[in-house]
Design a protein around this ligand. Structure first.
Ligand code: SF4
Length: 880
């Protein structure tokens, strides 16, 4: 029976509400945006819209595994508990660790943290959120005395100026970006400034783009603080009444404007314009993300931004304030429960002895950890060094995402015991596990998440669990009980955990801590099931939640005043040199999420960028002899990867950009984490993922080619391969350093052993030029094609890909097959631009030309492209 369930998107920190029509019988979902959810009011981006495509059971981890063999839950849980107990008995509590994820629900996170810090007695619980926003946490704590996001999404419509700093929100937080775009369309006076070394899709709505030099953000905002002071644009009364440390912060902020422009690599007039605009507007929002956080001085950068808001009193009021855009759906929930290794729980941490005592009394434990544990990079170093003997990884893929990822891989290979909970069977990390624990996936889980604006939303189960998959909280609880902590882990359902979490937030709080949801401490199961999205705090003072903090100028520091931080700008730790002369920047794409374990299942999301690539400035391309659309090898001191070259002026000279997503499941040599230096911010311990010195050179294989196949293949030994799932087809991009003896034998070996039926084989070979092409047709349907070339260019893939959706090939199509080009009269759609409506670049170009379309709205009316999530609007505008 079909039913409609309100839930939350599991990807980014925007936290969009979803309305899912569930067809249990066919295991299908019809996804639309929840029009009543305040985070998105019905909008979804391409990733959220495609969630229905990601719930297939293929590839799921369905049964516990021990040493590669399927087993029972009892055996798997016994082994995890025994391994942890043995390691603790022999080496002490700090010899074990949990590495969690912003994909965990708050209830899962709470019990994992409680187990490690409260009962095992070690601080060794950290999370992949360390990689994405721990600099914001540290910056908030220094300035406000608490990890508080002061504002809310409603401020977008009320702002007079919005600054996007180190944030390509158009791709990484698309629904928030669309909301800002709409705010600007409704109020063209709204100024938008993008501060980013790259010209990204977010610049599409910018009045000003400051393409600053990598790592110079703190100097830029220090200069702004100084300028505000010079111009008497400060809120002196606010500074006096509500803050401390202004004089010291201002003292180190002064620098000659011309020198500053040079240091930041900016045009002096642009810099001046930005400063004038900031000084001239009362309602300014500073939205920042990984470009600020992922830095060896990320915390200082955060505070340099916050300083400017404190100096102008533009915080805690509608339409203004610093605003950290969190990466993951529940990064904020993880912060609430204490998922980072220096945190305890409920916004209490190890720096305060009273907090340790308070949490110990609440949990009724005598074994609570007394000090922070290892943070992510140090944690995997400790595994590598043999100091951690047993680790449990939950819902994340550190072999791909951590810096110096090859060392992380070695660390797990060396580790005595590795358990991994995941919903996906084959990842680069599950490959190294001794025990695999099948966790429920997004569509099966039940609990809560918190988004960037502190809004707690329900994630509700849509389907029954697949196979033997269990909720993470249940798995953790079962292990805890086996370790002897029965009493403290007696939960039967997530609502019991949520109630305890809520009660702890209010325990001896008395207004001393920002995070307080004690109004939920007694909530019934019925109320929990029906919980509507609510911004914390939710307590006696704010029973309906609270949109903004600090309206009253009261902060959570000892004095109650906000703290200016004197920031001395620092350059990134590792600078380019003769051997590694370029800077590698990493980031996300529009249609992929993290390590692609889910988004790569959705064919429509793979069309936008089907292969890993490296963006290179034209001058660098010329200097290093790089040709667009060929392959390049990128190397750092730590590792190497291969990617397709894209030459673009949006990239700064001297810098490269690669996406973070590709893993060994989808590419032979696409893991960017292998290159990234493991330098961290000294305060937040967040890695500097956007600044690694590298070199680049053309990768010149003996042959290149591609295979399109209706079935998934295992292709023999190409040096370079990338796999992508399309609509009824798998696409393989290939390259090799050695030529096979016989192309026909190679092709038949790779393509011919999988399909039944009556097969026809078409073939073309030009041995002198190294060209080989073949096609296999089974029962009139295209089964596979292979195109190989030594020198000449390969044909575009789009038309060939489209043939796999046909029940039967037409005669003209068969005849044109090995040319790789559509027969006369058939139009190739080109690379897909709009993933929501599957509209290609050539279709858009033709429509623009033939119908005289002038605006992206015209294109929308004509082709629907850009009218759903809007993420492709910048690309449509570029085509126009
Ligand atoms: Fe999901 Fe997209 Fe919304 Fe992020 S913006 S929560 S990915 S629908």
């Amino acid at each position: 029976m079909n039913k409609t369930i309100q839930t939350t998107c599991p990807y980014c920190g925007v936290g969009c509400g979803i309305s899912a029509k569930v067809d249990d019988v066919h295991h299908r979902l019809n996804i639309s945006g929840d029009t009543s959810h305040p985070a998105n009011f019905g909008r979804l981006c391409s990733k959220g819209s495609a969630l229905g495509e990601t719930v297939e059971l293929k590839g799921r981890l369905l049964q516990p595994q021990v040493y590669g063999r399927e087993t029972s839950w009892t055996q798997a849980l016994d082994l995890v508990a025994d391994s942890f107990i043995r390691a603790i008995e022999k080496y002490g509590a700090d010899a074990v660790a949990i590495y969690g994820s912003g994909q965990l629900l708050t209830e899962d996170y709470y019990v994992a943290n409680k187990l490690m810090k409260g009962f095992i007695g070690s601080g060794n619980m950290d999370t992949n959120s360390r990689l994405c926003m721990s600099s914001s946490v540290a910056g908030h704590k220094r300035a406000f005395g608490s990890d508080t996001v002061p504002g809310c999404y409603d401020d977008f419509e009320q702002a007079e100026m919005i600054i996007l700093i180190g944030s390509n929100a158009a791709w990484c937080h698309p629904v928030s970006f669309q909301r800002i775009r709409a705010a600007k369309e409704a109020n063209p006076a709204l100024k938008i400034v993008v501060i980013d070394p790259r010209r990204t899709a977010s610049c599409d709505i910018a009045d000003l783009h400051l393409a600053l030099a990598s790592g110079s953000d703190a100097a830029l905002f220090n200069g702004l603080l100084h300028f505000l002071s010079e111009q008497n644009a400060l809120d002196s009364a606010y500074i006096k009444t509500h803050t401390e440390g202004f004089a010291e912060a201002l003292d180190v902020a002064g620098i000659d404007r011309e020198q500053l422009a040079d240091f930041c690599g900016l045009d002096k007039d642009d810099l001046q314009r930005f400063y004038d605009w900031f000084a001239g507007h009362k309602k300014v929002m500073s939205l920042y993300s990984q470009g600020i956080n992922q830095s060896a001085s990320g915390t200082d950068k955060v505070n340099a931004i916050i300083n400017c808001h404190l100096a102008t009193g533009s915080i805690g009021k509608p339409g203004c304030g610093p605003f950290s855009l969190t990466g993951q759906p529940n990064a904020m929930g993880g912060r609430e429960v204490g998922g980072l290794s220096h945190q305890l729980a409920a916004h209490m941490d190890f720096s305060n002895a009273d907090d340790i005592d308070r949490v110990a009394r609440f949990w009724n434990t005598a074994n609570i950890a007394q000090k922070p544990g290892y943070s992510a990079v140090d944690l995997f170093d400790a595994i590598y060094d043999g100091n951690i003997k047993a680790v449990w990884i939950m819902g994340t893929n550190p072999v791909v995402s951590l810096p110096n990822a090859n060392k992380v891989k070695l660390a797990l290979q060396r580790c005595e015991f590795v358990a991994v909970s995941d919903c996906i069977k084959d990842t680069d990390t599950t490959a190294l596990a001794h025990v695999l624990l099948p966790a429920q996936g997004w569509s099966e889980k039940d609990g809560t998440v918190t988004n960037s604006e502190r809004r707690i939303s329900r994630q509700r189960a849509l389907f029954k669990p697949a196979g033997s998959a269990k909720p993470d909280w249940w798995i953790i609880t079962q292990v805890a009980r086996r370790m002897g902590f029965e009493q403290a882990f007696h939960y039967q359902s997530p609502v019991e955990i949520f109630r305890e979490h809520a009660a702890l937030s209010g325990f001896e709080n008395n207004g001393l801590r920002d995070f307080d949801i004690s109004a939920f401490a007694d909530m019934t199961r019925h109320d929990y099931d029906g919980l509507q999205p609510t911004q914390w705090p939710v307590n006696q003072a704010y029973p309906q939640g609270r949109a903004r903090f600090f309206e009253d100028g009261q902060f959570f520091t000892e004095s109650g005043k906000a703290q200016f931080i004197a920031v001395t700008p620092r350059r990134p730790v590792n600078l380019p040199d003769q051997t590694y002369p370029l800077i590698l920047n990493t980031g996300r794409l529009r249609d992929q999420w993290h390590t692609m374990t889910r988004t790569a299942i959705a064919a429509q999301l793979n069309q936008h960028k089907p292969e890993s690539f490296v963006e290179v400035h034209p001058v660098d391309a010329e200097r290093y002899g790089l040709v667009a659309n060929t392959l390049a090898s990128i190397e750092s001191l730590l590792g190497a990867m291969i990617a397709r070259i894209q030459i673009t002026g949006s990239q700064q000279q001297g810098s490269l950009f690669v996406p973070m997503h590709w893993t060994e499941q989808y590419a032979s040599r696409g893991r960017m984490g292998a290159l990234v230096n493991a330098v961290v911010d000294p305060l937040s311990k967040q890695p500097e993922s956007k600044h690694t010195p590298v070199r680049i050179k053309a990768y010149q294989p003996a042959w290149q080619g591609f295979i399109l196949s209706r079935r998934e293949l295992s292709i023999s030994d190409p040096d370079y391969w990338v796999k992508m799932k399309g609509e009824q087809v798998y696409r393989y991009e290939l390259a090799g350093m050695t030529l096979p003896e016989n192309w026909q034998a190679w092709a038949q070996q790779n393509l011919c052993d999988s399909a039944g039926g009556t097969a026809q084989w078409q073939e073309y070979q030009d041995a002198a030029r190294g060209n080989y092409r073949a096609a296999r047709i089974v029962n009139h349907q295209l089964e596979s094609v292979v195109f190989i070339a030594a020198e000449s260019a390969l044909p575009e893939r789009n038309w060939l890909l489209s043939l796999f959706t046909k029940i039967e090939l037409e005669k003209a199509e068969r005849m044109a097959l090995l040319t790789g080009k559509p027969p006369l009269g058939v139009v190739d759609v080109g690379t897909i631009v709009c993933a929501c409506f599957n509209v290609g670049e050539l279709t858009i170009q033709n429509a623009i030309r033939e119908q005289g379309l002038k605006t992206h709205q015209d294109v929308g009316v004509c082709l629907k492209a850009g009218t759903n999530c809007g993420s492709c609007v910048p690309e449509i505008k570029a085509l126009l």
